[in-house]
Write a protein that binds this ligand. Structure first.
Ligand SMILES: C[S@@+](CC[C@H](N)C(=O)[O-])C[C@H]1O[C@@H](n2cnc3c(N)ncnc32)[C@H](O)[C@@H]1O
Length: 256
């Protein structure tokens, strides 16, 4: 097993695939998929994956990674972002949209999720992972930075301006409301990295068996609300129940 943090984040993708499919290959969009670590692993499992990301550097790394890993035909890299998604991919063309670590950065997370809804097939799923605000409050308080902890505690997603305040952070109820008001039904909520970001790496890396035990503990507590509300990452896997009429698609894409 690799680092616990990365393994937990990959397992979140696997969990979403298991909920979204019945074992057959899926059409997966990895929105903000970055350098394609998850995309390539998904392709190796047999899924057809499209990565849409605004960063040309990330897409260049994805290309290299895809070529080295071999499944070049199964991963498509497209330069774009949540706001112009329908210029690059067709409406109702995916079974699963993975949107991990992205809603923190977009101008309007609600608009981004509405757009995600237009590219999903009816009954398709989205897996959203966002940074947890409670975890940041706790981390600041434990570091003795009580003023910043209070500032973070007083913020909400509605009032968070990413241009002046940096990456947005969420609490579980905000993520659930964003999804339900955009026609999604949350089917599973998980806390990712309840402890993994807090434990000194010296313990995890040197104590025999600590890495496996921490991983197992994280997998146990991820669905306990008492713990998951304090996790560094909040995951919601949600099903699309209603579809808005999509605008016409266009296309600028590069196939790996
Ligand atoms: C923290 S990284 C997450 C990468 C990957 N999804 C993961 O979970 O490891 C955020 C990614 O979102 C991309 N991004 C930033 N703004 C975006 C937007 N408006 N639409 C789509 N992707 C965006 C960045 O280029 C970056 O690759």
């Amino acid at each position: 097993m690799g680092p616990v943090r990365s393994e937990l984040m990959w397992q979140a993708v696997v969990d979403a695939v298991e909920i979204a499919g019945s074992g057959d290959p899926l059409d997966v969009l990895d929105l903000g998929g970055g350098t394609g670590g998850d995309a390539v692993r998904l392709a190796q499992l047999g899924h057809r994956v499209t990565v849409v990301d605004p960063s040309p550097d990330a897409l260049a790394s994805l290309h290299r990674r895809g070529v080295e890993a071999g499944p070049s035909g199964a991963v498509r890299g497209v330069q774009g972002d949540a706001s112009d998604l329908l210029d690059h991919v067709g409406p109702a063309s995916f079974d699963l949209v993975v949107c991990h670590g992205v809603l923190e950065h977009v101008d309007d997370p609600g608009v981004a999720l509405s757009t995600v809804g237009t590219v999903l097939r009816p009954g398709g799923h989205v897996s959203v992972v966002v940074a947890g605000r409670n975890a940041a409050v706790a981390a600041r308080a434990l570091a003795g930075d009580f003023v910043t902890a209070q500032t973070l505690l007083g913020r909400t997603v509605d009032t968070w301006d990413v241009r002046t305040m940096g990456a947005r952070r969420f609490v579980p109820s905000e993520l659930e409301e964003l999804l339900t008001t955009r026609g999604f039904t949350p089917v599973e909520a998980n806390g990712l990295r309840v402890f993994a970001d807090l434990v000194p790496s010296a313990i995890v890396d040197t104590e025999p068996g600590a890495r496996d035990a921490l991983y197992a503990l994280e997998r146990l507590v991820r669905s306990c609300p008492e713990f998951s509300g304090l996790s560094a990452g909040l995951q919601s896997i949600a099903r699309l129940d209603s579809v808005e009429a999509p605008p016409n698609p266009g296309g600028n894409s590069a196939t790996l």
